[in-house]
Design a protein around this ligand. Structure first.
Ligand code: NAI
Length: 699
C-alpha cells in the first residue's frame, strides 16, 4: 500500500498503488514525497511522471483513514501537492480511469497533465458535506474557467475527460492520450519533451476571474440555496470559488482550508460521511467471508403479481434479468402486467426511459399459472397474501417443484421466516427479501437471515441486491425485522402525544421541520390507517399488556382509513391530497383524552421530536444488542433508505450519538413521568444505558 518508484531512462515514474482506487492514504502520500526527493537527488532523472496503478489514477482521500490521525498526518495532501508544484524537475500527471477529489487536486499541482479518454473527473467532496480541501476550489477555476469549475464543485458529479478537453481555452489537460492503453508510453514521451523547457507552468500562476464578478456569484448563491436546503457545503463551495477570484492564491488556499476544516465539524458532514461508510459496511456480513462461493442467478420467478410482486419484478427486468410471474388466476396476471406496463410507459412519456429499453424489459417478462414453468428459476421470490397458511402452501409447492440449489425467498413483512423455512426440506435455501413499497423505487431491501439460511445464500442475495441497485441491510428474524419493529414504537409515541395534548398537525409539523419527509399522521393517511389497525388487533392478542393510544382504532372504527377513503387523521377534498385539519378528529381526541382523565398540556416541538426519535433509538439499541442488526450503522441505513429519515441527521442512531447518549438517557428519564408514557416504555435499553454511562456512542 504505497507508491512505487521506477526510473525509465531519464524519467522517474511514481505509481500510486493502493487498491481499489489508489486512495491518498498516509503511506501513499509518503511514497510520493519520497519519490520526489529521490528524483530530485538523481542527476540522471530529468522529468517525473505521477500515475496510478490498476483501476484509477486516484479516487482521492483513503476512506479507511476517515476520522483517524493518519488522515491529516504529515506529509498531508497539501504538503505533497506543494512538493510537486515546487519540484525543479517537471512533473507530469498521467491520468486515467478515475481522478477524483484529492486525486484531481494532486494532478492540478503537477506542471503538465496528460489524460486518457474515458477518465471520470470530479471533485465530489460536496457529497460528503465538504468542499475540496487541497486546492481544488482555487486551482480548478484557473484551468477550466470559473463557471464550469463551480458547476463541478457544487454538483460533485463526474465529467468525462474528453468532454472537459473540448471546453474552449481549458488548461486542465495539456494533452489527451490516444487511448488508456497508450497513456503510459505517451506520458513518458511527453515528459521527455517537456524536460528541456526552461520553466514549467504552475496552475497557481494562472489568472482567475469571472467577467460578471459579484453578480455571477450572487446568481450562483441563489441557485444553490434552493438546491441545498439542509446542507451548508454547497453555499461554501460558492464562497471558496469566489475567494479564488478575489484573493491572492495563497490567501484563497488558506481560506479554503479553513472552510474545509469548519465543515468537517458540522453535523451535516458527519452525517454524510457516516452514511458513505455505513453503506459499504452494510454490505458486509461479519461471519460470511467475501470469497464465499455464490450461486448463479440468471432466471428469477415471482409468485404473486400484486402491489409488491409487480414492483419486485420490475427491479429484475431493469437489471436485464428475465422474470416469470406466477399467479392463481389469469385476471391477476393481466392486472399485474398492465401495472408494470403503465409504470414503464409513464417513464417513457417523461423521457426517463427509451422506447427500445422498454421493449427489451418487457421482452424479459413471462407469466404463468403453472409451477412447472418456474421450476428451473435460480431465485424465486414469494409476494402472496400475508397469511401463514397461504405462505405454507406456496413454500410446500416450491419445495416439491423447484430445482435443487434454487433460492427460495419470501417478501413477508411480519411473518416468521424460520417458520416459513420449516415448510420446506431445504431451510438452508430459504431467506427473507423484504422489499419496500413501491418496490421498484425504494432503495431499501431488508435481507432476513433465517437460523438455517446458508452462508452462500446470504452472499448470493447480497450480490443480487447490488445488481438491482438496492441498499441491502441484513436483519435477523424478529417481529417487524429492523425497520417496522422500530416504527411501531414511534407510532405508539405519536398516539401518546395526542392523548397528552398535541394535535396530529402539530406532531406532523414538528417532525417534518426536523426533516422527515412526512409526519406519522400524514403518513398513516397515505399508507392506509387500516394496516396499523390490523397489526394492533393481532398485537392485542399476542401482547395484551402493551398499552397504546386507542385514538387510531377509533379513527378506523369511523371508516377513516386515510386518503383512499377521503378522510383519515385529516380531511381531504375530493381528488386532492392536501391534508386539512379535521374538527371531527380533534373532538374525538379531546373525548378520548377526557375518558383517560388526562389534563391536556402544551407540548413543545422539541419534546415531540425527541419522543418520536428516541423511541426509535431505544428500540434500535435493543435490536443491536440482540444481534438482529450487526451494527448500529445498519439501522441508520434502514431509516435513511426506507423510512424518510432526514439524510442530514445521518439516521436515528447517529443522531442520538450527536445529541449525546447521556442526554438521550436523561430525556428518557423525564419522559418516563408523562401520564401516557409508562416508565417501562422509556426504560433505557441495556446497551444504551451502558454506552451512556461510559460516555460512548453507538457508531
Ligand atoms: P397484494 O394483495 O397486492 O398482492 C398479493 C398477490 O398475490 C395477489 O395478486 C394475489 O392474487 C396473489 N396470490 C395470493 N395467493 C397466491 C398464491 N397462492 N399463489 C399465487 N399468487 C397468489 O399484496 P402485496 O401488498 O403485494 O403484499 C404481498 C406480500 O408482500 C405480503 O407478504 C406483504 O406482507 C408483503 N409486503 C407488502 C408491502 C406493502 O407495502 N404492500 C411492503 C413489504 C412487504
Amino acid at each position: 500500500m504505497t507508491a512505487e518508484y521506477k526510473v525509465h531512462g531519464d524519467v522517474a515514474v511514481i505509481t500510486m498503488s493502493n487498491p481499489p482506487v489508489n486512495g491518498l492514504g498516509y503511506a501513499v502520500r509518503q511514497g510520493i514525497a519520497q519519490g520526489l526527493e529521490q528524483a530530485a537527488a538523481d542527476p540522471a532523472v530529468k522529468a517525473i511522471v505521477i500515475t496510478g496503478a490498476g483501476k484509477a489514477f486516484s479516487g482521492g482521500a483513503d476512506i479507511k483513514e476517515f476520522g483517524t490521525a493518519k488522515a491529516s498526518a504529515e506529509p498531508n495532501l497539501l504538503s505533497v501537492i506543494a512538493a510537486v508544484e515546487n519540484s525543479t524537475k517537471p512533473v507530469v500527471a498521467a491520468i486515467h480511469s478515475v481522478a477524483m477529489g484529492g486525486g484531481l487536486e494532486l494532478a492540478l499541482g503537477c506542471h503538465y497533465r496528460i489524460a486518457a479518454p474515458g477518465t471520470s473527473i470530479a471533485l465530489p467532496e460536496v457529497k460528503l458535506g465538504l468542499i475540496p480541501g487541497a486546492g481544488g476550489t482555487v486551482r480548478l477555476p484557473r484551468v477550466l474557467g470559473v463557471e464550469p469549475a463551480l458547476n463541478m464543485i457544487v454538483s460533485g458529479e463526474p465529467v468525462k475527460s474528453e468532454m472537459l478537453a473540448m471546453l474552449p481555452g481549458q488548461k486542465l489537460f495539456d494533452r489527451m492520450a490516444k487511448s488508456p492503453e497508450s497513456l503510459a508510453e505517451e506520458a513518458l514521451a511527453y515528459a521527455r519533451e517537456v524536460a528541456g523547457n526552461k520553466t514549467h507552468p504552475r496552475v497557481r500562476d494562472l489568472p482567475c476571474k469571472h467577467p460578471m464578478g459579484d453578480a455571477y456569484f450572487q446568481f450562483a448563491r441563489n441557485m444553490v440555496k434552493g438546491m441545498a436546503k439542509n446542507f451548508p457545503a454547497p453555499a461554501k463551495c460558492v464562497d471558496a470559488v469566489e475567494n479564488a477570484t478575489k484573493k491572492k492564491f495563497d490567501d484563497a488556499l488558506a481560506t479554503e482550508r479553513e472552510i474545509f476544516m469548519n465543515l468537517m465539524l458540522t453535523p451535516e458532514s458527519r452525517a454524510l460521511r457516516h452514511l458513505f461508510v455505513s453503506e459499504r459496511a452494510a454490505s458486509k456480513i461479519p461471519d460470511v467471508p467475501e470469497d464465499t462461493p455464490q450461486r448463479k442467478i440468471e432466471k428469477v420467478a415471482v409468485i404473486g403479481a400484486g402491489t409488491m410482486g409487480g414492483g419486485i419484478t420490475m427491479n429484475f427486468l431493469n437489471a436485464g434479468i428475465p422474470v416469470t410471474m406466477l399467479e392463481m388466476k389469469q385476471e391477476a396476471i393481466d392486472r399485474g402486467v398492465a401495472t408494470i406496463r403503465k409504470n414503464y410507459e409513464a417513464q417513457v412519456k417523461k423521457g426517463k426511459l427509451k422506447q427500445d429499453k422498454y421493449d427489451t424489459r418487457m421482452s424479459l417478462l413471462k407469466t404463468t399459472l403453472d409451477y412447472k414453468d418456474i421450476a428451473d428459476a435460480d431465485l424465486v421470490i414469494e409476494a402472496v397474501f400475508e397469511e401463514m397458511g397461504v405462505k405454507q402452501k406456496v413454500f410446500e409447492t416450491l419445495d416439491s417443484v423447484m430445482k435443487q440449489g434454487a433460492i427460495l425467498a419470501s417478501n413477508t413483512s411480519t411473518l416468521d421466516v424460520n417458520k416459513i423455512a420449516s415448510f420446506t426440506k431445504r431451510p438452508q435455501d430459504v431467506v427473507g427479501l423484504h422489499f419496500f413499497s413501491p418496490a421498484n423505487v425504494m432503495k431499501l431491501l431488508e435481507v432476513v437471515r433465517g437460523d438455517k439460511t446458508g452462508k452462500d445464500v446470504m452472499a448470493t442475495v447480497m450480490t443480487v441486491a447490488k445488481k438491482i441497485k438496492k441498499t441491502a441491510v441484513v436483519s435477523g428474524v424478529c417481529d417487524g425485522f429492523i425497520g417496522n419493529r422500530m416504527i411501531e414504537q414511534y407510532s405508539r409515541q405519536a398516539g401518546f402525544l395526542l392523548d397528552e395534548g398535541a394535535t396530529p398537525q402539530q406532531v406532523d409539523k414538528a417532525i417534518e421541520k426536523f426533516g422527515f419527509a412526512m409526519g406519522p399522521f400524514r403518513m398513516g393517511d397515505l399508507a392506509g390507517n387500516d394496516i396499523g389497525w390490523a397489526i394492533r388487533k393481532r398485537r392485542a392478542a399476542e401482547r395484551p399488556n402493551m398499552i397504546y393510544s386507542r385514538t387510531a382504532d377509533k379513527l378506523c372504527e369511523l371508516g377513516r382509513f386515510g386518503q383512499k377513503t377521503g378522510a383519515g387523521w385529516y380531511d381531504y377534498k375530493e381528488g386532492k391530497r392536501d391534508a386539512i385539519p379535521s374538527k371531527l378528529v380533534e373532538e374525538m381526541i379531546v373525548e378520548h383524552r377526557k375518558s383517560l382523565g388526562i389534563e391536556p398540556r402544551k407540548i413543545s416541538d422539541e419534546e415531540i421530536v425527541q419522543r418520536l426519535v428516541f423511541a426509535l433509538v431505544n428500540e434500535g439499541a435493543r435490536i443491536v444488542e440482540e444481534g438482529i442488526a450487526a451494527r448500529a450503522s445498519d439501522i441508520d441505513m434502514v431509516y435513511i433508505t426506507g423510512y424518510g429519515f432526514p439524510i442530514h441527521r445521518g439516521g436515528p442512531m447517529l443522531y442520538a450519538d450527536q445529541v449525546g447518549l447521556f442526554n438521550v438517557a436523561q430525556a428518557m428519564k423525564r419522559f418516563a413521568k408523562n401520564p401516557r408514557d409508562d416508565a417501562k416504555f422509556w426504560e433505557p435499553a441495556p446497551l444504551l444505558a451502558k454506552l451512556a454511562a461510559e460516555g460512548k456512542t453507538f457508531n
